[in-house]
Design a protein around this ligand. Structure first.
Ligand code: 2AL
Length: 176
């Protein structure tokens, strides 16, 4: 069951990190840091705190966040070692149902991307289907590193917002 913002604000840091520790993939340090910015006026304010924390990091920190993300349709998906959240997102976008041609194209482009930028390709899988993801991956391989670092971080924030929305009630007024 999703909690309201008052319940979020009442959490101890242990509970807060247990519940929200993976809203940015494998980066519980972000959650642990943001806890001290409570109380949050709303879900939007919690999202903004995380976003501001990420924006204040040096570029090496932003690249570090990108590097915590598993490849789409990569080794972790095949070996069943994705986080629960990442597995749901990747399966929802059909990453576990690629045909052999799609699978080898995805693997080749992911490697090409990592070779070029030294961090993995990150996209908010829940907002796309597999054809779209493959197209974006091949297009984004042609960008520069500064553009891709910023683009990847934008995608991390989208992933984070959707994960948070699954845990916290929206502050938009209910329409009766
Ligand atoms: C992911 C992931 O695990 N979930 C998602 O939306 N995107 N990974 C990635 N490399 O883009």
């Amino acid at each position: 069951m999703r909690m309201d913002i008052a319940a979020v604000n009442a959490l101890s840091y242990e509970d807060f990190v247990n519940i929200f520790g993976n809203v940015v993939e494998k980066c519980p340090i972000i959650t642990a840091a943001v806890w001290s910015r409570r109380p949050f006026a709303s879900l939007t304010a919690l999202e903004a705190s995380i976003s501001d924390f990420i924006d204040a990091l040096p570029e090496s920190g932003k690249e570090g966040i990108l590097r915590c993300h598993p490849d789409l349709a990569g080794r972790d998906l095949q070996s069943g070692t994705l986080t629960r959240e990442s597995h749901e997102e990747q399966a929802g976008a059909g990453m576990d149902a690629l045909n052999p041609a799609e699978s080898s194209r995805m693997a080749r482009l992911n490697e090409e991307y990592k070779e070029r930028f030294e961090f993995p390709f990150v996209v908010c899988a829940r907002m796309h289907d597999k054809a779209n993801i493959l197209r974006q991956l091949s297009e984004r391989c042609r960008n520069g590193r500064v553009v891709e670092r910023a683009r990847g971080i934008e995608e991390v924030k989208k992933i984070c917002c959707l994960r948070l929305q699954g845990l916290v009630l929206s502050d938009a007024p209910n329409k009766l």
